[in-house]
Design a protein around this ligand. Structure first.
Ligand code: 3UK
Length: 525
């Protein structure tokens, strides 16, 4: 087999994948398209304006890779990316991989404190960021005890990525690699709330793009993918980049925040065929559709993940738009969706059935497989799962057990093989599809001078979607009331990522606790 190629046999389900012994995945996703004659085809359409062809993409990937190499960033060193959804995300991510550097896309909604942790934990050689995130990223760089040798913006003057790319060579040989070698990381904050770098191999994006993208969604060259979920999430990375690149399709990129209006406008002007959202956004879009009409006629499928899609939202969306929403569960560690509804097999209110190429087990408390209809801990296995957590052998041993991944979710598999989501095994919650740690919000509340103690739990809103609710013990009970609730809400909004502030406050005299003083959040839910 030629270097850097993967053979795909679709005569079986799942597809059989065979990787060349020397396999740098950037060649399959980027350079292959020039050989296959797609050089002049548009690969990226940015809502901010501008289109990129496959030939331009390949050249810019080489330039970005050379820019990193030119700085002396060596094989296996990390480059953190706080980059909005724009062509430079593609250039930097693939340029790094092609040059043997490990890109680490980071959630751009976070704050300096979170970035500081990731900078120190990763021991990165470089941090590259969009100007929009400069205040939080630069504050983190300032505070970090272990600083990267290089930090620069994607755009805006000398020293920015764009300028460095312009000065770099347009030719780059792929760094040697094996399909199982470390390729990129994604930070996940499931389970404990402390971010953990999940280390993914070169083959992982191929596996997820083939098993779920090409086979379940049937993404082809003719599709135009649009993900409201950003590229820095594993979900968005697949939807808005690797799925289209795997089959030679194209992607629409929205650099700003995905609001119902910005998303509808992008769909109407760029006419994607597949749309990827999260339940909270679908609920907000449905509200907008009550008063405004929008043309969603280009869509052949909609996808939802990140948290469970309530059956009611599925039904209202289908009634209003004529298009089904396929709910599927994925994770950062698995890279993408491993249990899903499909266009030919939809069971609203469930996560669907296992994606061919993955295996699932539901385990009871004793570790034995639970019978159909009974709930247990969901474990999954597949070829796209992360190899280990960076710097965290304890969590690796706890969550990645003999090739199986402990999802931290409770599920029921029914007689027909549909998986029903029953909640998390820990106190973590998903808000708008994004991790939210009760501990972090509690710590922020306790900083406020009026607060003695706080406990945060998830509570379902009118759309059946979970948002944080705070139970607060005040130093002076006489302060209880709307004014204090508003002050605490502002305090949280100022110090935490925006989506994390409590939507409801309850002032209580004390919190339920165990004998050892641990808050019993389940009693508050
Ligand atoms: C929860 C769901 C019910 C569940 C993700 C698609 O969400 C993704 O990754 P994360 O690491 O979180 C994983 C956890 O989120 N979850 C995700 N989807 C669903 N719960 N129904 C769903 N459909 O707790 C899971 O363990 O942020 C989603 C593709 C790639 C991803 N990384």
């Amino acid at each position: 087999m030629r270097d850097h190629t993967v053979s795909v046999d679709r005569s079986t389900s799942p597809s059989a994948l065979t990787f060349a012994p020397n396999f740098n995945v950037a060649v399959s996703f980027i350079d292959r398209h020039l050989e296959e004659g797609r050089g002049d085809k548009t690969v990226v359409r940015s809502v901010a304006g501008g289109e990129v062809t496959y030939a331009e993409l390949a050249e810019n990937v080489n330039r970005a890779g050379n820019a990193l190499k030119g700085l002396g960033i060596g094989a296996g060193e990390r480059t953190l990316m706080m980059v909005k959804d724009c062509p430079e995300f593609y250039y930097l991510f693939w340029g790094a991989i092609k040059a043997g550097v490990v890109p680490v896309p980071i959630n751009t909604l976070l704050r300096a404190k979170d970035y500081r942790f990731m900078i120190e934990d990763s021991g990165c050689a470089a941090v590259v960021y969009s100007p929009e995130f400069a205040a939080e990223v630069e504050a983190a760089l300032e505070a970090a005890s272990r600083k990267p040798a290089h930090s620069f913006r994607t755009e805006g003057g000398d020293g920015a990525l764009q300028a460095r790319m312009a000065a770099a060579s347009a030719a780059l040989e792929p760094a040697p690699a094996k399909a199982e070698d470390d390729c990129f990381w994604l930070y996940s904050s499931g389970t404990t709330g402390t971010p953990k770098g999940a280390v993914h191999a070169h083959r992982d994006m191929v596996v997820a793009s083939e098993h779920y993208g090409a086979r379940v969604l049937g993404v082809t060259e003719d599709d135009v993918c649009f993900s409201a979920a950003k590229l820095f999430f594993a979900y968005g990375l697949g939807n808005g980049m690797t799925f289209p690149l795997w089959v030679g399709a194209s992607a629409v990129l929205l650099p700003g925040p995905p609001t119902p209006d910005s998303v509808f406008a992008a769909i109407e002007s760029h006419r994607p065929t597949i749309f990827f959202g999260v339940p909270t956004l679908y609920a907000a879009q449905l509200k907008t559709l009550e008063s405004d009409d929008h043309d969603l006629g280009s869509l052949r499928a909609c996808v939802s993940a990140g948290e469970a899609l309530p059956a009611d939202i599925f039904r209202r969306w289908q009634a209003k738009t004529g298009t089904a929403i396929l709910d599927g569960i994925g994770s950062t560690e698995a890279l993408h969706i491993f249990i899903s509804n499909t266009l030919g097999d939809i069971n609203p209110g469930t996560s669907g059935r296992i994606v061919p190429g993955y295996e699932a087990r539901v385990l009871d408390e004793t570790g034995a497989e639970a019978p159909a209809g009974e709930s247990g801990r969901l474990m999954i296995r597949g070829e796209s799962t992360a190899k280990y957590y960076w710097n965290n052998p304890e969590k690796t041993a706890e969550i990645m057990v003999e090739g199986w991944l402990d999802t931290g979710d409770t599920y029921i598999r029914d007689e027909e093989g549909y998986y029903h989501y029953c909640g998390r095994n820990d106190d973590m919650m998903k808000v708008g599809g994004i991790w939210c740690s009760p501990f972090e919000i509690e710590a922020k509340l306790i900083e406020h001078p009026k607060v003695l103690e706080a406990a945060v739990v998830g509570r379902a809103d009118d759309d059946d979607l979970v948002k944080p609710e705070a139970f607060v013990v005040l130093n002076d009970p006489a302060d209880a009331g709307d004014a204090t609730a508003e002050a605490l809400s502002q305090h949280c909004k100022a110090g935490l990522a925006k989506y994390k502030y409590p939507r409801w406050f309850k002032f209580v005299e004390e919190l339920p606790k165990t004998a050892t003083g641990k808050i019993q959040r389940y009693k508050l839910r």
